[in-house]
Design a protein around this ligand. Structure first.
Ligand SMILES: Nc1ncnc2c1ncn2[C@@H]1O[C@H](COP(=O)(O)O)[C@@H](OP(=O)(O)O)[C@H]1O
Ligand SMILES: [Mg+2]
Length: 276
């Protein structure tokens, strides 16, 4: 087999595509009768593939994957010894092998994703992400920083014309408690969807106008999609407006807002009012 691309953005796309194909194959092989087994197998197959390829092609880089033992623990308690230390490394791959595991196990659903992001110590942006790809295997597409989709996803005039309400993506299983009130306040309607990656991809492509999450998440849930979203020119921040930061000692990153830049001030003001 030929070598994967040298350029990190293209390599991230290649890796997300490979893992995505393995996940599609697994769905076909296993079917949907035992959802628990399918979820576990999906997490494992994708994680193993990504870990193996990163060890082979980027051996000097550190990795933070959701499926690593101890991944949710802050660095001080991390049990992932033997690996390159991610807090002293110059480059760290932040990976969610299967985001939207629940949706992956439900027949017919396409709102699940593979996240591959690269954080670098010398990155110019506060979030530190220099490359990323979000694979949406069941939607037959991969969004990546190597070819960022056009911005804005639709013209601001078209997006804000007439009576059309803001389309606000939110978790279908655990939306923030304040979101219905916020939506009513800003004239938005909620679009329930699984997977942080699928929701941010929907903002990138203009299928929705914004994504708000609060109440808990980890760096791998948003790193790759935020890399792509910001590469296209979208707004991405914590819900208090502060910068998203990755490869922190504590990998918890509990909330975020991703939206077109023209909506950010309005949505941040509404978040300040409703999320406090
Ligand atoms: N309160 C919470 N605490 C921890 N993780 C959360 C969370 N709410 C959402 N997530 C994670 O964010 C991802 C998207 O969630 P949702 O589909 O509900 O929007 C899922 O990732 P995984 O599928 O990789 O576990 C989910 O586990
Ligand atoms: Mg996830």
């Amino acid at each position: 087999m030929s070598s994967p691309p040298m350029i990190d953005g293209a390599f991230a796309r290649w890796l997300a595509s490979r893992a995505g194909q393995a996940l599609l194959d697994l769905r076909t092989e296993m079917g949907f009768a035992d959802t628990g087994a399918l979820k576990s197998a999906g997490d494992k197959v994708s994680h193993d593939l990504i870990r193996t390829e990163l060890a082979k092609w980027r051996p000097g880089d550190a990795v933070l994957s959701e499926e690593d033992e101890g991944s949710r623990l802050a660095w001080a308690a991390e049990v992932n010894t033997g690996a390159v230390s991610r807090l002293t490394a110059d480059r760290v791959w932040i990976v969610d092998p299967l985001d939207g595991t629940r949706e992956f196990s439900e027949e017919g659903r396409s709102d699940w994703a593979v996240h591959v992001a690269l954080w670098a110590r010398n990155a110019p942006s506060p979030h530190g992400l220099i490359a990323g790809a979000v694979g949406l295997p069941a939607q037959q597409r991969v969004l990546g920083t190597d070819y960022p989709p056009a911005y804005p996803p639709m013209t601001v005039e078209a997006a804000t014309a007439g009576e059309r309400k803001i389309r606000l993506a939110a978790s279908r299983s655990r939306p923030p408690v304040f979101l219905s009130d916020l939506a009513e306040d800003v004239g938005a309607h909620l679009v329930p969807m699984g997977s942080a990656g699928a929701k941010i991809a929907a903002v990138v492509t203009g299928e929705v106008d914004a994504y708000i999450h609060a109440g808990g998440q980890y760096e791998w849930d948003s790193a790759a999609p935020v890399a792509v979203a910001t590469a296209t020119g979208l707004h991405a921040s914590r819900i208090d407006g502060s910068a998203l930061k990755y490869n922190e000692a504590d990998p918890r990153l509990p909330d975020l807002l991703v939206c077109r830049k023209d909506l950010a001030t309005r949505l941040l003001a509404a978040l300040q009012k409703h999320s406090g």
